[in-house]
Design a binder for this molecule. Structure first.
Ligand SMILES: Nc1ncnc2c1ncn2[C@@H]1O[C@H](COP(=O)(O)OP(=O)(O)O)[C@@H](O)[C@H]1O
Ligand SMILES: [Mg+2]
Length: 384
C-alpha cells in the first residue's frame, strides 16, 4: 500500500489499513528479534561499532496463512532457516513455518497456524488395472498426491512406533495392489492380520502368517529367491530386466515386523535368523531386475537390523512417528534436526518420505477406515 492509497481510503477502510500496517510492523519487528534470539544473524563491523543484521523481510502478504519473503544474508542458505524454524515459529504466532525457495537469495515463509495434514485422506476409489498404474501413497502438505507405480518402485522400508499408522498404510497399499492380475502380494507376516483377506486367492500360496511354524517363513523366502533365480536365468539376452505380466507377475514381498520375525527365528535356531537375513539380502541385491520388490516394515530401522546395505537398497523410505530423532536421521539423512524432533509427535498416518529424485516430503497416508473395510476392499478387488 502506498501513502496515496491511504489518503484516498474511507474512514472504515482507513481503520482496517491502520490495523494491517500495525500487523506488518509487528511481524517485521518480531521476525527481527526472533532471528536475533536464535542466532540467525550476521555481525557487521561499522565505524560506529558492531551492527547485528538479520535476513530482511521485503514483502508481507497478510492472510490465512500470512506469508512473507525474506532476503537471505550472504552465505546463508534456506536450510539455515529451516534448522531453527521450530524456534522462530512460536513468537510469530505460528505452529510452524513452511519455507520455499524463491531464487537463490530469497525464501518465502508461511506462518502455519494449523497442520495442513490434520485431516483424513480418503482411500482411492479407482482400482488399479496393472502393476504399472500408480498407487496413492498419500497427500502432501501442499495437498498434492504422492503417487508411485510399484512396477517402477525401488525396494522400500517403513518404520514407526506402535500406533503410528504403519498397518493402516500397509492396508491401503495392499488393498490397491490386490486387484491387478500382474501383481502378487506375498511375504511374511508374524502378526497374522495383513494377509487374512487374501485367503483363497491367487496371492495366498506365497504368503506365510503367524509364528507357529517359523520354518515356513524361511521356506517362503527360499521359494521367492528360487523364483528370482529362475527368472534371471530365463531372461532373454536383449533384456536387462523382465517385463512384468500376468505370466510373470510383480512380486511385492512384504516382511511385516521384520525384527520380530528375525528374533523368532533366532530363538528357534540362531542359524535361521542368519539364513533369513541372507535370503532377504539376496532379494534386495538382485530382485529388482526380476520383478521383485521387497518392503521391510519395522518399528525402528535399527542399524543392526536394517544395516547400511539394506538401507542403500531400499531407496523408498517412509517414517511414521518415531521415538527418537536418530531413527529419522538414519532413514532420511537430509532431515533437519527440527523435522526429526517434530516427527516425534506426528499424528497417526503422518509420515516422512524419502524417495529417489524427491526432496524430503511430509505426507499423510490414505485412511481405509477400519480393518473390516480393508478386508472387504481386498476381497472385492480380487474378485473384480
Ligand atoms: N492415515 C490415517 N488416517 C487416520 N487415522 C489413522 C491413519 N493411520 C492410522 N490411523 C489411526 O491410528 C491407529 C493406529 O494405526 P496402526 O496402523 O494400527 O499403527 P501401527 O501399525 O503403526 O501400530 C489406527 O487404528 C487409526 O485409528
Ligand atoms: Mg501394526
Amino acid at each position: 500500500m502506498t501513502l496515496f492509497d491511504f489518503l484516498r481510503a474511507g474512514r472504515d477502510q482507513k481503520d482496517d489499513l491502520r490495523m494491517d500496517l500495525y500487523e506488518v510492523d509487528r511481524i517485521t519487528d518480531t521476525w527481527r528479534r526472533a532471528c536475533e534470539g536464535v542466532g540467525l544473524v550476521q555481525r557487521v563491523e561499522t565505524v560506529t561499532g558492531t551492527t547485528v543484521v538479520t535476513p530482511e523481510i521485503i514483502n508481507i502478504t497478510l492472510g490465512t496463512p500470512t506469508s512473507f519473503i525474506i532476503r537471505l544474508l550472504p552465505g546463508q542458505v534456506i536450510s539455515d532457516v529451516a534448522e531453527v524454524g521450530h524456534r522462530l515459529a512460536p513468537p510469530l504466532g505460528a505452529t510452524r513455518l513452511r519455507l520455499s525457495p524463491r531464487g537463490d537469495m530469497w525464501v518465502r515463509v508461511e506462518l502455519m497456524k494449523t497442520d495442513a495434514l490434520d485431516r483424513l485422506v480418503p482411500f482411492p476409489d479407482l482400482p488399479l488395472i496393472s502393476a504399472q498404474d500408480t498407487v496413492l501413497l498419500g497427500i502432501t502438505e501442499e495437498d498434492l498426491p504422492i503417487e508411485q507405480s510399484w512396477a517402477a518402485a525401488p525396494h522400500a522400508v517403513v518404520q514407526g512406533v506402535t500406533g503410528s499408522g504403519k498397518s493402516w498404510w500397509m492396508y491401503s497399499l495392499l488393498a490397491q495392489l490386490a486387484a491387478p492380475r500382474d501383481v502378487i502380494v506375498c511375504g511374511s507376516d508374524p502378526s497374522g492380520l495383513l494377509f487374512r483377506p487374501f485367503k483363497g486367492s491367487r496371492h495366498e500360496p506365497f504368503q506365510v502368517s503367524g509364528l507357529a511354524e517359523p520354518m515356513r517363513h524361511i521356506e517362503l523366502a527360499q521359494a521367492v529367491v528360487e523364483e528370482m533365480d529362475r527368472r534371471v536365468t530365463a531372461l532373454p539376452e536383449h533384456l536387462d530386466q523382465i517385463e512384468v505380466s500376468e505370466a510373470l507377475p510383480l512380486l511385492v514381498v512384504v516382511f511385516e515386523e521384520y525384527p520380530g520375525l528375525l528374533r523368532a527365528l533366532d530363538q528357534t535356531d540362531p542359524k535361521l535368523g542368519k539364513q533369513m537375513r541372507s535370503l532377504v539380502s539376496r532379494l534386495l541385491a538382485e530382485g529388482r531386475k526380476s520383478g521383485i520388490r521387497v518392503l521391510l516394515i519395522t518399528q525402528r530401522a535399527e542399524a543392526n537390523i536394517i544395516g547400511g546395505f539394506e538401507r542403500a537398497m531400499c531407496s523408498l523410505r517412509i517414517s511414521f512417528r518415531t521415538d527418537n530423532r536418530d531413527a529419522v536421521r538414519l532413514l532420511h539423512p537430509d532431515a533437519m534436526a527440527d523435522e526429526g524432533d517434530r516427527h516425534m509427535t506426528a499424528a497417526p498416518g503422518v509420515a516422512l518420505l524419502t524417495s529417489p529424485g524427491l526432496p524430503l516430503t511430509r505426507f499423510r497416508g490414505p485412511s481405509i477406515g477400519s480393518y473390516r473395510t480393508y478386508c472387504q476392499t481386498v476381497a472385492s478387488r480380487i474378485a473384480g
